[in-house]
Write a new protein. Structure first.
Length: 435
């Protein structure tokens, strides 16, 4: 062994001995796999007019696919490395344009539909344990089985998705198995830093206790709104997020309450300046400049109502002065829904979900869109404003332990906040494999 490697290995060993977070007999590595195919479409709907970024009013269908390997390695107790290569391809209906709450959380605004293999995640996780109380950690995607200290500090550094750790919800967070709409899987008004596929580079720190946790992260922003290239001027383009959560108890019923706050800085365009100055040609991208910010908050709560029935509520808000940069143009969002497992039918692994979400824009964005402007995902050349309201329901049929098939239906009212369009009935069939 070369001498240059000895200090590195000694440092890792020291960190692991201090962590006292994992059982020494825990597995050294794991491998998991998922693949999700979604065939989605909508029927013909009423549209007084349409523009470049509108949902197309004629009947259309589109198919998306993602396939991911999840590799985990325990270097020493308390120190873990994860690598997730991912294949993604296909399209969303209308090119993933025309709705702030887009109906397929597995597709993105990427022009080329050909499958591409990329590194979704590549990160190092270090866990420091405190005290003698322990709890079991189940084997899973990006999680090695073992025994962890009930009170622990976790540090994650590398490439990952902020939604992996923040804005969690037991019933509305995973478009591969739960609701598929963008603003039901995540807080609509949280413009979380990410490239077009939903991943970023950054550092996340979490302190976990038996009934509560607090976590924070600093992450990179894309160089251009909703694009793949990451801005390396991290001193001028970055995002910060902090979240606290607490376990809920209502008799024998369990749940979790979460509160999140965020602050992003990136070269965003300002809506009011774009409208006021004819030199920008009603194009917010021509008004972009470093120093612009976006801030806001969200709450995400879930609670068991019975052994087989649960409910969730999620609220989010952001200031609406500057354009959305990484997720979707929403300045306020409210959602609620139910989750039911039909154990009485002899199908305890199946799952039904029903929910609604209402998305809204603040006045600056309304004025900009009404004047003919557009963003990277919406903009019809005009605006007869109305809150974008969406209803979604799905039934997940667990055919095998590793295979689930889910028919899904959504109804979009005022897509892209425009009363001149819709309602739009959207159907989908999702097939999900998980090993």
């Amino acid at each position: 062994m070369r001498r240059s490697r000895i200090p590195i290995l000694l440092a890792l060993a020291l960190l692991g001995s201090r962590a006292n977070a994992e059982d020494a007999v825990s597995p050294r590595y794991n491998v998991h796999f998922q693949s999700t195919v979604i065939d989605q479409g909508h029927f013909k709907f009423h549209s007084q007019y349409f523009g470049t970024n509108s949902l197309r009013p004629e009947t259309e269908t589109a198919t998306s696919i993602t396939s991911t390997f999840f590799f985990g390695l325990r270097i020493v107790p308390g120190t873990e490395l994860y690598l997730d290569p991912e294949l993604s391809g296909g399209r969303g209906i209308s090119g993933a344009l025309g709705a702030a709450g887009f109906p397929n959380g597995e597709t993105f605004r990427i022009g080329d539909a050909r499958p591409v293999v990329s590194t979704a995640r590549l990160f190092l996780k270090q866990v420091f344990g405190f005290g003698n109380e322990t709890e079991s950690v189940a084997d899973g995607q990006n999680q090695l089985a073992g025994t962890a200290s009930a009170r622990r500090l976790t540090v994650v550094a590398g490439k990952y998705g902020l939604a992996d750790y923040f804005d969690g919800n037991a019933y509305a967070h995973d478009p591969r198995s739960q609701f598929m709409n963008w603003t039901l899987m995540d807080a609509g008004a949280w413009d979380y830093p990410a490239d077009t596929r939903g991943y970023t580079w950054g550092v996340m720190t979490e302190y976990h206790a038996p009934d509560w946790a607090v976590r924070g992260a600093a992450a990179t922003e894309p160089k251009v709104a909703n694009q793949m290239d990451i801005d390396r001027r991290i001193g001028r383009s970055h995002g910060f997020v902090i979240e606290g959560e607490h376990a809920l108890r209502l008799g024998e019923r369990k749940g979790t309450a979460r509160a999140l706050a965020f602050l992003n800085e990136a070269p965003m365009g300002n809506y009011d300046e774009t409208v006021a100055n004819a030199a920008f040609g009603m194009d917010v991208s021509r008004n972009r400049a470093y120093g612009r910010t976006k801030y806001g908050f969200s709450t995400s709560n879930d609670l068991e109502l019975s052994p087989h029935l649960g409910a969730f509520v999620r609220l989010s808000w952001s200031d609406g002065r500057n354009e959305a940069w990484a997720f979707t143009p929403v300045d306020a969002s409210q959602s609620a829904g139910l989750d039911w497992k039909p154990a009485a039918w002899g199908r305890p692994k199946d799952d039904w979900g029903g929910a609604f979400v209402m998305n809204e824009l603040d006045n600056p964005a309304r004025r900009y869109l009404s004047s003919g402007g557009s963003t990277f995902i919406i903009g019809d050349g005009g605006l007869h404003y109305g809150p974008e309201t969406i209803f979604e329901t799905y039934y997940r049929f667990q055919a095998k332990d590793w295979l689930a098939v889910s028919p899904d239906a959504q109804m979009l009212f005022n897509p892209a906040y425009n009363r001149s369009r819709g309602p739009v009935p959207v159907w989908a069939l999702r097939v999900h494999i998980e090993l």
